[in-house]
Design a protein around this ligand. Structure first.
Ligand SMILES: [Zn+2]
Length: 138
């Protein structure tokens, strides 16, 4: 039995004590996910996945998003991922440039805490993805 873990919950707008559970509870109709670890906020029912492919397999991916924030993050990835998947630039370089555009040290999509924040990131990514804007190297 793993003890609850303090994680920021976007639904509760607070640090909550999340409970470790599995895909069996979170996605009952997805047998393929049944063994994966998730942290669930029992206050609002939202949850976050884990870095399950690493040694610390129950380490949360980030804060606990609401469905709305999760959806906004997917929109960001749809524009962000092709920037480095195309080979036009390094993944780390793309993330570094996005962090700089947002005035942050580091950027992690999983750390986006609000729809407003997601909108700002989305706007920055759109600028980076515009054809006139070449991702700088170095
Ligand atoms: Zn919550």
């Amino acid at each position: 039995m793993v003890s609850p873990r303090s994680i920021w919950c976007c639904g509760c707008n607070a640090d909550v004590l999340a409970r470790l559970t599995s895909g069996r509870e979170i996605y009952p109709h997805r047998a393929d996910l049944s063994r994966l670890p998730f942290w669930r906020c029992d206050g609002c029912g939202n949850f976050v996945g884990c870095h399950h492919k690493t040694r610390d397999r129950t380490r949360p991916l980030g804060c606990i998003p609401t469905p709305e924030i999760k959806n906004a993050r997917q929109h960001i990835h749809r524009i962000l991922d092709p920037l480095w998947q195309s080979g036009r630039a390094d993944r780390s370089e793309v993330y570094k440039q996005l962090a700089a555009a947002l005035g942050k040290q580091e950027y992690h999509t999983a750390e986006i805490r609000s729809v407003e924040e997601a909108r700002q990131v989305y706007a920055a990514v759109r600028v980076m993805a515009s054809p006139a804007q070449e991702v700088r190297h170095g």
